[in-house]
Design a protein around this ligand. Structure first.
Ligand SMILES: NC(=O)c1ccc[n+]([C@@H]2O[C@H](COP(=O)([O-])OP(=O)(O)OC[C@H]3O[C@@H](n4cnc5c(N)ncnc54)[C@H](OP(=O)(O)O)[C@@H]3O)[C@@H](O)[C@H]2O)c1
Length: 328
């Protein structure tokens, strides 16, 4: 007698909660383009705006979308302070959750969110799209294989300018500020390179509000010690008040890897290079948003997808908190 296991090969039905700039300019298109995924539903405070991303259906409220039994997974791209409440509501509604960065406003909430996901048997991931970029994944693989020896020094920045005055990024009560908005990219960059059990400490940090109510620039020095006793340190800069560029360099006992262009975390429409101990590796243009939705969806369907470990988001949230405490 032969048994056939049922394999669900139907597209994963995504529901979008919030239809702001990112959903309109990038993530909805990524789901429309992607394989094995479908933009099944969307909800925004303005139904007409929700309709602009061409979902299968528009729900009048976020809660209506969460009550839709046909939605498999929810993508949350709300202002940062709303992430945690809607992660919890989505998990309680039985939905898998991909939530925009920063996952929550505190390490305790991020830890609690993952605990709830595990308890409910659902997948939760922070949508830090750079982590799905093939170039970033290659750096992680190279460092894990010892291409630089023991990492000793990390330098990374993510800076830009020109935030509209009415944007939530300038409102502390909505989770604004440069550290939460772009500082998490350099932090995810180093956390992804080092083992899970690595201990971090923030040795110095400064935040400049430049007359606004949020940090317009945060700079921090971080040191680490890996479980096998290797120590290193790094510097990161996050800013809403500087020339737009993103930098990335990791130097170890035996080598160095750097990104020569200024789109370290956002390589997308253009090809990019990597300098590995003086040799150039090239990466074609790719859409990491699409890879993120596809890989997350494959994980849901047990088809061999990849998402970052929960510990990565928890570690980043812990470092963010330490930077905030030091900078104040
Ligand atoms: N991965 C990336 O590349 C990337 C890039 C940009 C942003 N992000 C992240 O995505 C999220 C949204 O960013 P965005 O640039 O799309 O923001 P945005 O254009 O300012 O949109 C803000 C979002 O927050 C929602 N919202 C709900 N209540 C609000 C209120 N009282 N005031 C303002 N907004 C409210 C809006 O919902 P409605 O649609 O229902 O009105 C909208 O979806 C943030 O967490 C951000 O960190 C990620």
């Amino acid at each position: 007698m032969t048994f056939h296991m049922e394999v669900d090969t139907s597209p994963v039905r995504w529901g979008f909660i919030g239809v702001g700039m990112l959903a309109q300019r990038a993530t909805a298109a990524a789901v429309h383009e992607g394989e094995g995924i479908e933009l099944f539903a969307a909800a925004a405070r303005d139904a007409q705006r929700a309709a602009t991303i061409n979902p299968g259906k528009v729900h009048a409220t976020y809660d209506d979308l969460l009550s839709d039994p046909e939605v498999d997974a929810v993508y949350i791209s709300l202002n940062n302070d709303a992430h945690f409440p809607y992660i919890e509501a989505s998990l309680h509604a039985g939905k898998h959750v991909l939530c925009e960065k920063p996952m929550t406003m505190s390490a305790a909430d991020t830890t609690q969110a993952y605990a709830l996901a595990e308890e409910r048997g659902l997948l939760l991931s922070e949508a830090t799209w750079s982590l799905w970029s093939p170039r970033m994944r290659r750096i992680n693989q190279l460092v894990a294989q010892g291409a630089v020896g023991s990492p000793r020094n990390y330098l990374s920045t993510f800076t830009f300018s020109g935030i509209p005055e009415d944007n939530y990024r300038l409102a502390p009560e909505q989770g604004g500020g440069a550290l939460f908005d772009v500082g998490i990219y350099p932090l995810h960059g180093i956390v992804a390179l080092l083992p899970e059990e690595t201990l971090y400490s923030v040795t110095s940090a400064s935040a400049d509000n430049a007359g606004y109510r949020v940090d317009m620039t945060t700079k921090a020095q971080i040191s680490w010690e890996t479980p096998d006793g290797n120590r290193g340190s790094g510097a990161i800069v996050a800013s809403f008040d500087m020339h737009p560029s993103q930098r990335f360099m990791i130097k170890g006992t035996d080598g160095e890897i750097s990104i020569p262009d200024d789109q370290s975390f956002t390589q997308w429409h253009e090809a990019g290079d990597l300098i590995v101990n003086g040799a150039v590796e090239s990466f074609p243009a790719v859409n990491p948003y699409r890879l993120m939705f596809e890989q997350f969806s494959k994980c849901i369907r047990n088809q061999g997808g990849w998402v970052p470990g929960p510990w990565q988001s928890i570690r980043v949230a812990e470092i963010v908190e330490e930077i905030q405490a030091r900078a104040n």
